[in-house]
Design a protein around this ligand. Sequence first.
Ligand code: NZQ
Ligand code: ZN
Length: 382
Amino acid sequence: MHNFIYHNPTKVIFGKNTITQLRNELPTDAKVLVLYGGGSIKHNGVYEQVCQALDGVEWGEFAGIEPNPEYDTLMQAVTLIKQQGFTYLLAVGGGSVIDGVKFIAAAAHFEGEPWDILAKQAKVESALPLGCVLTLPATGSETNIASVVNRRALGKKLSFLSEHVRPQFAVLDPEVTYSLPERQLANGVVDAFVHVIEQYLTYPVNATVQDRFAEAILQNLLDIGPTVFNKDYATRANLMWNATQALNGLIGVGVPQDWSTHMIGHELTALYGLDHAVTLAIVLPSMLRHTKAAKREKLLQYAQRVWHLDLVDEEQAIEQAIANTEAFFRQMGMLTRLSEHDINDDAVRLVPRKLMENGMFKFGERGELTPKDAETVIRNAM
Ligand code: NZQ
Ligand code: ZN
């Protein structure tokens, strides 16, 4: 196991009717800006619950953060914050709203061109404090330091990491997921599953807690998947907590990480507007087939412990584990081929080009993958 520091100070407030506890988490003198997306919170009662919880607090609001949050929209919020002197940000939504608010928090304090935070990885020295109410279990953004921002005008979807934008608290009420469309529930299961895979399916470093915990989350998600569309509290509660645990940092400490499926996936979203999880369902099976020699030991472990396959014929067990993974995504309603989304062969040329434009020349757990490998992965995912 590699050396690591583990510190995740986000306070999680989990369970039914927990939005009521919001006010206790806000500084008493805060001027709060509540930020949300396209209006789902106005239809499912979350907005009213937040308003009630903020009774007595000085607050304003900013609506319209899009799925794959748009840079230009986020910069409008930065302007509003500067004009009106908000001191605390409350994100109410899914990964896009939370990621968007993280960027806004950093940009509001940033001296210089905020786009550099994403495009040049300019260091974030400070940010406005933020908390969140999660409405879509998927990304893990609610307790992590990552943010992904889209800029359609440039065809770029870029990310940054900063401890300064980790939410101070996250309210996780599983009942708010009852209004989610099936498409978003499927996205949540698949995104969380692939987050675990990106931190687990690399090469062994004898990290037994991380491995067994990762395998538990994968198995939980396989159990949750088929019944996730039912409005059942236990299922939704488990989805929410598994998705948070999948990317709150714990299973990733002290182990090699991959993230190449995500990098390629972000380019597919930037190019074609596919949902984030949809891109992962397309890329991951092809990526695993392409990297199965480098990932051999962990693929065998995955085959045995997660899919309960016997390893008499190792090659066949690996093939079967990858086939089962793809079948699981399809069971969740995902199409796992680019051609099924009417995307033509141009993607084979465009994705590697975009990776290079964004400075991504080496990736994967050993830094051995290049845009040329991405070309093969995309070709095999057609
Ligand atoms: O905008 P509203 O009206 O709220 O509707 C949203 C949106 O249309 C809707 N929704 C959310 N909660 C709902 C609801 N509809 C009904 N009931 C509810 N309770 O769902 C739609 C999708 O929301 P979005 O936030 O875009 O989805 P998700 O949570 O999957 O976030 C995806 C974004 O997160 C990034 C992705 O790249 C993508 O931009 N990621 C962030 C990560 C991180 N910060 O660690 C890691 C991930 O790998 C990922 O890259
Ligand atoms: Zn993801």
